[in-house]
Design a protein around this ligand. Structure first.
Ligand SMILES: O=C(O)CCC(=O)C(=O)O
Ligand SMILES: [Fe+2]
Length: 354
């Protein structure tokens, strides 16, 4: 294991602890050495590198699906919506991505101030999805903020470093929330409901902001950045680093890579909208892959029903031909279920099926 590293320290800390020493390469010795700059060496297809113990926490599934991860870009029929004229200024999206990078560059101890295993914590820093349970970790570290309606009378405990974080992330949350509401109204009308219907169902609504950081990975074909999942709530507004691909969507059992267009946002439908619409809307199965060259960040704003809302198919979508397909579930319980398991595609939603 990398000296002094433990799995809760996360992917960036493992990379920082010295990639070069972690690989026992069976390639010719001269090739096996990394470049003098210390930058991860690009591997040749013929290399047989065995990751040492620290990396084995991530290098998984090693034999599965490697080729798929490099699938060509395609946005048609993906079930998600890349949008450009979304009203969030390019200056703000650029600053949001920059401050996210800055956050993850902080020393580990400063990020760990926000480490918590409490899923109700307002701010939570960590690695992977459920590192205490997973055998193989996702190659990413993350910071999650939850803005719960029941806490709206308390100031949000923003991380104090980087110093511009609160201002930039606060502005991004406000604008992305505004956009999410607008989209929810449009979806509601598109379903033949009144424009405020879905918003009414969501109640006081939950908002969460998640920053994902994927450090460069010496063997990207052996790791996954974020395991396959669908977002569990209502709508997700996702901002990703320009010109670094990572997001993939499952379309007809194949992984398609989503192009990363500067300033564009990707809108995702979450599980609760599939339940409300009794399957008329479908939550999108997606994942993130990693690359050997560049760290990537993504920032997701999740606009979800309030925790105490009981979600079930809307009566308009239920009749004898279309019986209710899902059991009702209080959103808080759905989230608890999520965090008690590992991320596995749409299994959680499937377990809600009648
Ligand atoms: O990094 C990405 O592109 C995906 C992030 C994501 O799916 C999430 O945070 O739920
Ligand atoms: Fe997601």
């Amino acid at each position: 294991m990398a000296a002094g590293w433990n799995k809760l320290d996360g992917a960036k800390a493992l990379v920082d602890s010295g990639i070069d020493r972690q690989f026992l390469c069976q390639a010719p010795r001269s090739e096996a050495l990394s470049s003098r700059s210390g930058a991860p060496r690009r591997r040749n297809p013929g290399d047989r590198c065995l990751p040492a113990a620290g990396f084995q926490a991530y290098f998984i599934r090693s034999q599965q699906g490697g080729r798929n991860r490099r699938a060509a870009g395609c946005e048609r029929e993906m079930g998600l919506l890349p949008v450009i004229n979304h009203g969030i200024g390019s200056d703000l999206t650029r600053r949001m991505l920059a401050v996210a990078h800055e956050f993850f560059q902080l020393p580990l101890a400063e990020k760990m101030v926000s480490y918590s295993t409490d899923i109700d914590a307002a701010v939570r820093y960590g690695t992977s999805f459920n590192p205490l349970k997973e055998v193989f970790l996702d190659w990413q570290d993350n910071l999650l903020h939850r803005f719960l309606p029941e806490r709206q009378d308390q100031p949000h405990p923003w991380p104090t470093k980087p110093s511009s974080y609160e201002l930039i992330a606060g502005e991004f949350v406000d604008q992305a929330k505004f956009l999410a509401r607008h989209l929810l109204r449009a979806l509601s009308e598109g379903l033949g409901l009144g424009p405020d219907y879905l918003e009414g169902e969501f109640g006081e609504h939950n908002v969460a902001l998640r920053l994902n950081y994927y450090p460069p990975c010496p063997s990207p074909e052996l790791a996954i950045g974020l395991s396959s999942h669908s977002d569990v709530g209502g709508l997700t507004i996702l901002l990703q680093d320009s010109d670094i691909v990572g997001l993939q969507v499952k379309v007809q059992e194949k992984w398609k890579t989503v192009r990363s267009v500067p300033g564009a946002l990707v809108i995702n439908i979450g599980d609760q909208l599939q339940i409300y619409s009794n399957g008329k809307l479908k939550s999108v199965e997606h994942r993130a892959i990693v690359n050997a060259d560049k760290a990537r960040v993504s920032v997701g704003l999740f606009y979800d029903p309030a925790s105490d809302v009981r979600v079930s198919p809307i009566p308009k979508f239920v009749d004898t031909e279309h019986p209710a397909a899902y059991n009702p579930c209080v959103f808080r319980d759905y989230l608890k279920n999520l965090y008690s398991k590992n991320l596995v595609g749409k299994e959680l939603l499937e377990s809600q099926r009648k």
